[in-house]
Design a protein around this ligand. Structure first.
Ligand code: BGC
Length: 253
């Protein structure tokens, strides 16, 4: 692995598994990332094998912290009890133990939206922000991270609030815009309802909007009609990898 990297991050998503060595001095990739499509049957065995392949591909040394961002609430030592967008065979699995076994080394697990939120606070759009920041990722689902005065309150699952009689992410995620072929204006109407709900109940000081679609933010962000300031993620789709690497680097025991 390249010398300028101090940690390695992997982001496991519904459509792709992405990994890169991370330079934590600048909060960016130290080498271009590798992306492998998420297997159709995204079981612990199949996904675990891909993460091992990533570490081998980049020749990550044993003493380098490895962090994995995963799309579910993470409680190391406890069985997973909720899974929205990967194979249901993850239920009951201790995710951190399973990945450590698959990779043949200890790895640290963090929820994917929490990883992205941490990266934005440390290196990006929420750097230096006090008060309540809600970082969101719009992708296959909706991920949320709650950060107060720079401190993460982990495992929020606000993408699953009920909106229009359904799971909010089934109404407003970026994947829904694609499947239903919604124009940005129509989608922004849905996002106004979603962020409006978060605003009413949590009164944040800032929303940060991440996920792949954040690179098109000028097409929909100005159309979201709420009172709270809402800004695009600075690290965009890299935030999961950078945040996972950062998380691992501060949680070495
Ligand atoms: C999951 C969250 C995850 C989000 C984004 C949701 O469906 O429940 O844990 O952060 O998707 O991937």
């Amino acid at each position: 692995m390249i010398e300028t990297a101090q940690a390695f991050g992997i982001d496991i998503g519904g459509s792709g598994i992405k990994g890169a060595p991370v330079d934590l001095n600048i909060g960016d990739f130290a080498e271009p990332r590798l992306k492998i499509l998420t297997p159709e049957e995204s079981t612990p065995e199949a996904v675990g094998a891909i993460t091992k392949q990533m570490l081998e591909h980049f020749e990550v040394p044993d003493d380098v912290p490895v962090g994995i961002a995963f799309p579910a609430p993470i409680k190391p030592g406890k069985p997973l009890d909720f899974m929205a967008n990967l194979d249901k065979s993850w239920l009951g699995v201790d995710v951190q133990a399973a990945f450590s076994e698959a990779c043949g080394r200890p790895v640290k697990l963090v929820n994917d939206a929490d990883a992205a939120g941490l990266a934005e606070v440390q290196f990006g759009a929420a750097k230096g922000e006090n008060g309540l920041v809600i970082a969101t990722t719009l992708g296959t689902g909706i991920g949320t991270a709650i950060i107060y005065d720079g401190v993460l309150v982990p495992n929020s699952e606000l993408g699953h609030l009920t909106l229009k009689d359904q799971d909010a992410e089934k109404y407003a995620a970026a994947s829904v815009r694609e499947q239903k072929n919604l124009g940005y204006k129509k989608w922004a109407g849905r996002l106004t309802k979603y962020y409006g709900l978060l605003e009413t109940y949590l009164n944040p000081d800032l929303f940060v909007v991440g996920g792949g679609v954040s690179r098109m933010s000028e097409k929909f962000l100005p159309l979201i009609d709420i009172k709270t300031p809402i800004v695009p993620a600075k690290l965009r789709n890299q935030a999961g990898i950078v945040g996972a690497a950062y998380f691992a680097s501060i949680h070495q025991d």
